[in-house]
Ligand binder design. Structure first.
Ligand code: SF4
Length: 226
């Protein structure tokens, strides 16, 4: 018997209960089952081992989780039972140390589910017009295409011009200023390695197609000896 089943009594002819009732309480569990990466949550037998080993739970105690399920298992089961509408901060309240996974007798990979749920929270809670979501989508679009990536490099070189001073960017505007407030950012170089490589190939004597390779080797050797 696990905590999901309560077997109280049975049918007895002539004496005692005459009817057999099965009451199934779903309470959001079908939704958990539908999520392939998170459905292992339902393997839990409520032994409590992950709670006792969790450094976060040991510091905060059970009430911090705001539901009857606390500790690492609570951090993954509660948001899912509540259709990711409440308790969304719980998957983030973990150092992902993995102690819960190590002690779990049914080997629920709680850190893996925590990361998966963090992704769901971000995807489901943020509007399409959220600046961070927009920035990430744009970055994904650029990084998945070589043509777009190279175009962005060229554009970046032009756009950075008013911000660069002696090869460094020290005062970026707006939100980006949070970065340069505490550290300097090197300006984009005037030529990327790939551009340099193409140029060398173009300038190489026609009889020696491996000339750029020899040149690169010579540079590497010079650098290591220097
Ligand atoms: S250790 Fe595993 S089985 Fe035990 S309560 Fe935590 S998740 Fe559930």
């Amino acid at each position: 018997m696990n905590p999901y089943n309560s077997l109280w009594t049975g049918v007895r002819p002539g004496d005692g209960p005459q009817h057999f009732h099965v009451v199934l309480l779903d309470n959001g569990r079908t939704g958990i089952l539908a999520d392939e990466e998170a459905r292992q949550t339902l393997h839990c037998i409520r032994c409590g081992a992950c709670l006792n080993t969790c450094p976060v739970y040991r510091q905060t105690g059970g009430h911090a989780y705001g539901s009857s399920y606390s500790g690492p298992i609570g951090a993954i089961v509660t948001p899912q039972l509540l259709q990711m509408r409440h308790g969304q901060s719980l998957p983030f309240a973990s150092s992902l140390c993995g102690a819960c996974y190590e002690v779990c007798p049914v080997k629920i990979n709680i850190p893996e589910v925590l990361i998966h749920l963090r992704g769901r929270v971000v995807r489901e809670q943020k509007s399409a017009l959220d600046p961070e979501a927009l920035a990430m989508k744009t970055a994904a679009m650029i990084f998945t295409s070589r043509t777009r990536f190279e175009a962005a490099q060229r554009l970046g070189r032009i756009a950075q011009w008013p911000l660069v001073s002696h090869g460094w960017m020290r005062n970026l505007p707006g939100m980006l200023g949070n970065w340069t407030r505490v550290r300097d950012l090197r300006a984009l170089p005037s030529q990327t390695f790939r551009e340099w490589w193409k140029q060398r190939a173009k300038n190489a004597p026609s009889g020696d197609p491996a000339a750029p390779l020899h040149a690169a080797r010579r540079i590497a050797e010079d650098t290591s000896h220097g």
